[in-house]
Design a protein around this ligand. Structure first.
Ligand code: SIN
Length: 285
């Protein structure tokens, strides 16, 4: 794809590109926005360096892509319900997102994507990894693709299935789940195991470890071996890229076709991010 308004440098064979030549904090013309949108669809996760955005500018950039999501489970930034602070203090044992996952797939309409902005990063460590679920699907055998293509699965959050473990996590990290909110009645949903991306039309594998509970009409025990196979497959190194954060870096991932993993390898250091998330639609076959 040719880009006239931005410079796009892929960072890995599988997915991910760094974009240069744009200031996300300033109003953006439609041509530049269109190219960023194209790069986002093509590369699945895009990165920017040296950005300077106030919370309002961060939200304005997000709004170019759609309505902003207000996370129903976590405390937001003061005065900005659409911004989720992703914070790990030096004394925290756990971080947010320290397992391969796609965000909130337990909702009927999981979010489209998130724009994560680094305010403070450790000297070393705290990278985020991303894995293309297009490649995860495309590299399955034809037999497996046919079988999975006819299946759906239940996704749910452990604030519902295992509230004790959710409560324990709260004690070991600074980004807190609100005790008064479990996301409401829509916290479990059924989705196809193979979905079609609504904008690119490409097929992708749609299961993830923290949220996919079981295949429809099967027990947890019956589902587990195949789910474990698919989780291991979906995070193969050749489907991934890894982003080394700097202060003022931005990562914007497509939650519809990418899983991500926030490494927790910086004990005793602080990492502080702001996340703006865009509403999504119902995944479909
Ligand atoms: C998340 O899962 O949204 C957090 C990602 C990160 O902190 O790198």
């Amino acid at each position: 794809m040719e880009y006239a308004h931005i410079d796009v440098q892929p960072v890995a064979g599988a997915l991910g590109a760094e974009i240069h030549g744009v200031d996300l904090g300033q109003p953006m013309d439609d041509e530049t926005f269109g190219e960023i949108h194209d790069a986002y669809l093509q590369h699945q996760v895009i990165f920017f360096r040296d950005q300077h955005m106030t919370p309002d500018q961060h939200k304005d950039f997000g709004r170019r892509f759609g309505e902003l999501n207000i996370h129903p489970q976590y405390f937001p930034l003061d005065g900005h319900p659409e911004i989720l602070p992703v914070l790990k203090e030096p004394s925290d044992a756990n971080n947010i997102g320290g397992v391969w996952h796609a965000d909130v797939t337990f909702f009927p309409k999981p979010v489209m994507g998130s724009i994560l902005y680094a305010l403070e990063v450790p000297d070393v460590g705290g990278d985020t990894m991303f894995a293309s679920q297009y490649l995860a699907y495309e590299t399955l055998s034809d037999g497996m693709k046919d079988m999975l293509g006819a299946m759906t699965a239940t996704h749910s959050d452990d604030t519902l299935s295992d509230p004790d473990s959710a409560r324990k996590r709260n004690e070991t990290r600074s980004t807190k789940l609100r005790e008064d909110s479990n996301g409401g009645p829509n916290i479990a949903s059924e989705h196809p195991v193979v979905c079609t991306h609504p904008e690119t039309g490409r097929k992708l594998l749609y299961v993830n470890r923290p949220f996919t509970q079981r295949f429809t009409d099967m027990t947890d025990a019956e589902s587990r071996p195949l789910l474990e196979y698919l989780y291991a497959h979906s995070q193969k190194p050749e489907f991934t890229c890894r982003f080394r954060w700097e202060k003022n870096s931005v990562a914007f991932w497509d939650n519809r076709c990418v899983q991500h993993y926030a490494l927790n390898d910086y004990p005793g250091q602080r990492r502080s991010m702001h996340r703006v998330t865009i509403e999504g639609g119902k995944p479909s076959q």
